[in-house]
Ligand binder design. Structure first.
Ligand code: SD4
Length: 343
């Protein structure tokens, strides 16, 4: 469905009154009723719905597609209840929250990313600044924090160098032969990254991804989320994809890039996500026991998702609806094609 800029602004005025469907257990399993509409926002997990709705509002208020992605993700990064995105996320093993984020803009194939940054309120904004204001794609650690502070981005006081040093010291003091190494907790209990994909009125694509990563991770661990092609990929000719779940199982396979490549071969976004998982599961010794999930959005406004196990919930927002959907799940017993409308 094509709508003009004027129709969009008028219909976006009704965002507040828009049906707000689905969340948690009540999520719909199939529904592509907004398929083909522009603009459209697709994001991971039920909390992505609020981010999508903010993104739509930003666009309706005259913001750019990148403003929409960035400010949509701010909603999740600012959510004090969210234990896996932003400064309220679970800390690493030394007790410090290290954040990862990236952003891509389809026109011009632009990308920016930040990894293991500490004490910065909105890592997505650091990623955007890296993309727009430096010749680089990725900044990490202290350098990323200093850059964010120079850019005037909101920071909080941290004391992480001392915390990390004392953690590594304690670890070194342990008798390595007799003591079990400290291992990060199972991510299944504490994961939930936001990846947000956007298709603008003019057919441009953009996306962003932000996370505090694996709770209890070894200090310095970086997951898939800030890695272009793993946690996020945007190709303005084809579509965009994003990932959530156990990053180690995504980044060894360039998961989001693969999803976009399957869309390039003609697969519907949902099937592209599922085929990516099947391909990873074929190669990986763990088979489908991977805890990974993908969302995808193509240039035509078609979208979809797939996850391992029971699948996962994702959010879709257009000017006519905003809803939480449940993706198909893939496991050893479901290796065939996923069903569904591939219009
Ligand atoms: C990571 N992929 O750091 C992120 C975490 C995540 O749902 O997505 N959790 O591995």
């Amino acid at each position: 469905m094509f709508i003009s800029r004027r129709q969009f602004v008028l219909s976006a005025a009704a965002i507040g009154a828009m049906p707000s469907l689905g969340s948690g257990a009540g999520a719909e399993t199939t529904a592509r009723t907004v398929s083909g509409e522009k603009p459209v926002f697709v994001s991971t997990w039920p909390f992505g719905k609020a981010a999508n709705e903010k993104a739509l509002q930003v666009l309706a208020d005259g913001g750019s597609l990148l403003d929409a992605v960035e400010q949509g993700i701010w909603v999740t990064e600012s959510d004090a209840e969210n234990r896996s995105v932003g400064l309220s996320g679970f800390p690493d093993a030394a007790g410090v929250v290290q954040l990862d984020a990236c952003i891509m803009f389809g026109p011009g194939h632009k990308a920016g990313s930040v990894a293991a940054v500490e004490g910065i309120r909105h890592p997505i904004s650091v990623a955007r600044r890296v993309m727009e204001k430096t010749p680089h794609v990725m900044l990490a650690g202290d350098g990323a924090r200093q850059f964010a502070i120079e850019e005037g981005l909101e920071s909080v006081e941290i004391n992480s160098r001392e915390m990390h040093q004392s953690w590594w010291k304690k670890r070194a003091e342990k008798n390595r032969e007799t003591e079990e190494p400290q291992r990060p907790k199972d991510i299944r209990e504490n994961h939930d990254t936001i990846a947000l994909l956007a298709l603008g009125l003019d057919g441009s694509l953009a996306g962003g991804c932000s996370t505090s990563g694996w709770g209890g991770k070894i200090p310095g661990r970086v997951g898939d989320s800030p890695i272009i092609g793993s946690g996020l990929y945007v190709d303005n000719e084809i579509g965009a994809a994003g990932a959530t779940g156990l990053g180690e199982n995504v980044m060894r396979y360039c998961g989001s890039f693969l999803v976009v490549e399957y869309m390039r071969q003609g697969l519907h976004p949902e099937e592209a996500c599922a085929e990516t998982i099947r391909r990873i599961a074929r190669l990986d010794p763990k088979g489908f026991d991977l805890s990974i999930n993908f969302i995808a959005l193509d240039k035509q406004g078609r979208f979809g998702a797939a996850g391992t196990g029971q699948g996962f919930e994702f959010s879709v927002t257009s000017t006519t609806t905003s809803r939480v959907l449940r993706s198909p799940g893939l496991s050893d017993t479901s290796v065939g094609p996923v069903g569904g409308n591939t219009k």
